[in-house]
Design a protein around this ligand. Structure first.
Ligand code: G6Q
Length: 545
């Protein structure tokens, strides 16, 4: 696979970006009344409007050419055919198998992985049904009322996002809690909300060695045993989700209460696997399958749709255009949907852990920007907080607005006001306000002369800030599955173009190793080893105080 900067089209895009510099978005809209039709695409319940991106028909054609020259279609086929696309760990990335609802096979190393996927799905299905119906009881015979997922990173963010997002579909009798941080305050506050007799802990860890998860699991087990007084209670209140059978047994969880997944599922791509057990318990198996079906529909779209209409490919190309040619180094996710309040954090991991890389697939340092800083949150709240920077700050950014056309909670006129805010913000970012417009507005408010002129510069909005708007008709399990798969594949395509491996995460290792050398010192169990003076100073301060 080629390096992007070696592709002829890369230079053409640079020249094109320079030429486009003087054409504001406003002018592009004024010149073409069909701009929305040209630069928006539908797929099932999704509408993706990218007409507020700084592109022309030429830009779009050049970006398509970039995808061709970067051999994106061949890379998609390699992904789906189970090649070891994660070359540094010698693994495929076959999360699409977890939601493959076609009945057809998906292969890895000459073996169809689907029978195993179905086996575990059925095991989850049986277990989830028992918990939901009350047939599975705690040690003292009471039904489960609280489910605590203990996991971190990929073993936390996905299940938490989906349970929050699909709350209207969840069992109102079940309280869903997510324990992730090593901060004892998190365990303390979660356990305070649990009744040991009716709580089920799901220890979710691919490796079953993660310090935070194992420490929280041990704490939860001690808490349970202190309350219920018998080791046998563990089997009724703890289940495990992992790829590591030995570690699960060593922890004391009955292998019969273990749900497996496989090395070819990356942590941040794992909510579709047994890591989604909490989701299935909360929503029930039918809704969980609908979530998988939505993601599968998007997988099919991604695999079979020509590049010009292929939503993940389009989003990926726009990200590359903004990041590598227009100078945007952050990507802000602005969500007008309270149920998706954790989406920005979820996408932050998906994108930044996948594409926050600076060594390419040949082992060479890259000479171009790769994954952006991803941030954001609830858009309407953000308007009263950080949007100032978006409208009048000095940073270049790209934005995604997301909103549902229909709300699940029709309360008075709230939803149209919410949508109006969403649409107004992307419009304001795009059009801005000229000095003449600011002057006219101030004058209409009764200001004149020097007082008016002094305020004008502050009232000007440069505009020309680009965004994509993703509307979905309503947030169902199916649409959520589609949305998440949309972003997964976008991230993959960008990794292909940037010639990096989106499926490893070596960058998280060093801090873990250093923690192990600092901890014994902090606990006073070891003599000081050779730390730098800052780290040693901080250790000493903690010990003194
Ligand atoms: C995700 C990462 C990371 C991982 C956590 C938890 O892609 O690998 O976020 O999910 O570190 O790991 P375990 O599931 O092994 O506990």
């Amino acid at each position: 696979m080629p390096k992007p900067t070696d592709l002829p089209v890369w230079t053409q895009l640079q020249q094109h970006a320079d030429a486009l510099h003087d054409q504001p978005l406003r002018a592009l809209f004024a010149a073409d009344s069909e701009r929305f039709q040209s630069f928006s695409r539908h797929y099932e319940q999704l509408l993706v409007d990218f007409s507020k991106q700084r592109i022309t028909a030429d830009t779009f054609a050049l970006l398509q050419e970039l995808a061709q020259q970067a051999e994106v279609p061949a890379a998609i086929e390699r992904l789906f055919s189970g090649e070891r696309v994660n070359h540094t760990e010698q693994r495929p990335a076959l999360h699409m198998a977890l939601r493959n609802r076609s009945g057809g096979p998906l292969w890895f190393d000459g073996q169809d992985v689907m029978p195993e996927v179905h086996r575990v799905l059925e095991q989850m299905h049986r277990f989830a049904d028992k918990v939901r119906s009350g047939a599975w009881t705690g040690y003292t015979g009471k039904p489960i009322r609280t489910v605590v997922n203990i996991g971190i990173g990929g073993s936390d963010l996905g299940p938490k996002l989906v349970c929050q997002a699909l709350r209207p579909y969840g069992d109102p009798m079940l309280k869903m809690l997510f324990l992730s941080s090593i901060d004892g305050a998190h365990a303390h506050h979660i356990l305070r909300r649990c009744d040991p007799e009716t709580t089920l802990f799901i220890v979710a860890s691919k490796t079953f060695t993660t310090q935070e998860t194992m420490t929280n699991a041990v704490t939860a087990r001690s808490w349970l045993l202190a309350a219920l007084g018998h080791e046998a209670a563990v089997a009724k209140h703890f289940v495990a989700v992992s790829t590591n059978l030995r570690a699960v047994e060593a922890f004391g969880i009955d292998p019969g209460n273990m749900f497996v997944f496989w090395d070819w599922v990356g942590g941040r791509y794992s909510l579709w696997s047994a890591i989604g057990l909490s989701i299935m318990i909360y929503l029930g198996h039918e809704r969980f399958y609908e979530l998988l079906e939505g993601a599968h529909a998007l997988d099919e779209h991604f695999r079979h749709t020509p590049l010009t209409d292929n939503l993940p490919v389009i989003l990926a190309l726009l990200g590359v255009w903004n990041g590598n040619f227009l100078g945007a180094d952050t990507h802000v996710v602005l969500v007008y949907d309270d149920y998706l309040r954790s989406l920005a954090s979820y996408l932050q991991q998906l994108d930044m852990e996948s594409n926050g890389k600076s060594i390419d697939r040949d082992g060479d340092p890259v000479s171009y920007a790769t994954g952006p800083v991803v941030w954001g949150g609830l858009g309407n709240n953000g308007q009263h907080a950080f949007y100032q920077l978006l409208h009048q700050g000095t940073h270049q950014f790209a934005a995604d607005f997301l909103a549902p056309v229909h709300t699940t909670d029709p309360v008075g006129g709230h939803h149209s006001i919410l949508l109006a805010n969403c649409l107004a913000q992307s419009q304001a970012l795009m059009t801005g306000r000229t000095a003449d417009e600011a002057r006219a507005e101030l004058s209409a408010q009764g200001l004149q002369g020097e007082a008016l002129e002094a305020l004008v510069p502050y009232k000007v909005f440069a505009g020309n800030r680009c965004s994509t708007t993703v509307l979905y008709q309503s947030l169902t399990p199916r649409t959520l599955g589609m949305l998440l798969a949309l972003y997964e594949h976008k991230v993959f395509v960008q990794g292909v173009i940037w010639h990096i491996n989106s499926f490893d995460q070596w960058g998280v290792e060093l801090g873990k190793q250093l923690t192990k050398s600092i901890l014994p010192q902090l606990q006073g169990r070891a003599a000081p080893t050779l730390q730098d003076s800052s780290t040693q100073g901080l250790i000493d301060y903690c010990q003194r105080h």
